[in-house]
Design a protein around this ligand. Structure first.
Ligand code: 5GP
Length: 236
């Protein structure tokens, strides 16, 4: 697959055109940012780990009936995906209080939620990705009510499938962020990534954090945590 122009460069990935207009190449970087780009750094090996972990989980989700943008892994850091228009929402799924939810509601981190919580944020760095609700989403036409219903259904399926899969690997799925895209044909698919950058993973027994919070909070052992996730999921 011959690559063409750089279409987009984000904080953690680059997206290139390919000779097929329906496909793009995603290339994962080791660059790490937090707090809306205020904190910057590098996590050695992160690009390859996030690429391979994402693809592993996307393949699992496809088998369980969640359509995704995933097409084919091209190299440790590069993947071919379907070209989509990203729905400008971050969908956050929470099983246990942590991070911004703990702050907002004054809940101790680690408090289990009695029911899975879904939140939506409008994807806009300049505005700091503000939280929005279904009324904002409909009024701003970011997604139709029917699309939003599909997004919620897929998000809850992702939570069930990944939660069960990770539990067997002694990983507790605390919370995570998803993004969805629409193909030219109008199909909604899961897009972006599912990795230690976008999920909170805690060791079930020790409650050790195995995700980007180690970078965000200067806890050390960042590379080791990403490696550990790779080892438990892919056996290497
Ligand atoms: P919180 O709202 O507590 O900061 O994040 C909730 C979950 O969503 C965490 O797993 C976090 O990694 C993920 N998340 C929320 N917003 C972003 C974002 O802008 N970038 C990334 N990589 N993850 C996010």
């Amino acid at each position: 697959m011959e690559t063409r122009d750089l279409l987009y460069e984000g904080k953690a990935k680059k997206v290139f055109a390919t000779d097929d207009p329906q496909l793009v190449l995603v290339s994962y970087k080791d660059d790490a940012t937090a707090f809306n780009g205020e904190k910057k750094g590098t996590i050695l090996g992160k690009g390859a780990i996030n690429n391979r972990v994402t693809n592993h989980l996307m393949r699992l989700l496809e088998k369980q009936g969640v359509p995704t943008h995933y097409v084919r892994e091209l190299s440790p850091t590069d993947t071919l995906v379907r070209r989509v228009t990203i729905v400008p929402l971050e969908v956050i799924v929470r099983n246990v209080a942590a991070g911004s939810l703990s702050k907002r509601l004054g809940l101790a981190e680690g408090t289990p939620m009695k029911k899975t919580v879904l939140e939506f944020c409008y994807k806009d760095d300049a505005l700091g990705d503000p939280m929005v609700n279904e009324y904002h989403i409909a009024a701003m036409e970011w997604a139709t009510p029917a699309e939003l219903e599909t997004i919620c259904r897929y998000s809850l399926t992702v939570n069930r499938v990944l939660g069960e899969y990770l539990q067997d690997l002694n990983i507790q799925l605390i919370d995570f962020k998803l993004e969805f895209g629409k193909t030219d044909a109008g199909e909604l698919v899961l897009a972006d990534e599912i990795s230690p950058d976008t999920c909170r993973f805690w060791d079930t027994v020790t409650h050790e954090k195995l995700d980007k919070d180690r970078f965000r909070r200067d806890m050390g052992g960042v590379e080791d945590a990403y490696q550990e996730i790779m080892k438990r999921l892919l056996g290497e």
